[in-house]
Design a binder for this molecule. Sequence first.
Ligand SMILES: [Zn+2]
Ligand SMILES: [Zn+2]
Length: 329
Amino acid sequence: MPGILVAAISLLFLSCRSLTSIDDHALVLPSARIETRQAPAADELSSPTRVVVLGTGTPIPDAFRAGPSIAVIHKGESYLFDAGAGAVRQATIARYKYDIPSLYPSEICCVFLSHLHSDHTLDLSELAHTLWWRRSESLQAWGPAGIERMANALLELIAADADFRINGLQPVANPDGYKIQHHTIRPGTLLEKDDLLIEAFVVNHGDIEPAYGFKVTTDDLSLVISGDTAYSEVIAEKSQGVDLLFHEVISRQGLERNSPDFQRYHNSVHTTSDELARLAVIARPGKLVLYHGLFYGSEESTVLDEIRAIYDGEVILADDLQSFSSERR
Ligand SMILES: [Zn+2]
Ligand SMILES: [Zn+2]
């Protein structure tokens, strides 16, 4: 009887999609290739800024959506925003799908964590420690207060592995390659490199404090990444006229399927589709890209319908591995 009940609930929330695209990757992508770079190649330096949405998911396990992670690739470096579960595997696929050498996991230089909810951090260890012995520079990670504790805990997690590799016969490029270089985020400029500027600003994620959104500006692209947030005026302000606004969303219809206590929680920490539409009316981004969507059994397309009922600009519900490039260069 409990089995039947589970099956019935599963059917209620079922949203079927084909696995064909995943099979396609397996057919055309190389496997087990070791890559190291001394420096970015000339064509990487001259490529337009590109954004690849590595994962569009949430804490809820999903066969089609990895945990939230967005990669910005600029002049031969990849900058990740959040590292949800599966992000590293997605980066490996994206490296070959789009021919982006800096997305090879041990070549990724930097990650920026919007907040320390686990769905945004579960792949931090994977990112820092995949092939760490071939890293000349260890991973740099920016995060809210608590990032130091997390980085230190990961040192414990990898301690036995580090001992084996450093003290054994295995060649190691940099004996500190497994140590995350961590930085605590303060609002304002986090990184400025040539014509790349990465800024953080505080968003309202209910009682999860602090939580940050990010603005990235390059010579040919501007974007804002909301992280997890309830309706935050600062996002409307920061994303005025940007090319891309990546924003989390919870379906209004899906929210109403939740119990009253979960509705109260979600209302205080996430942005409903109608609230996001009102934010977009103010910000008017070039493209509004939805990720970290909570649907709770409603058809995914309902968030698009709910937003388009209020906002007439371009809205995209992102899929994992969807890519956006500057059209200006
Ligand atoms: Zn989240
Ligand atoms: Zn969160």
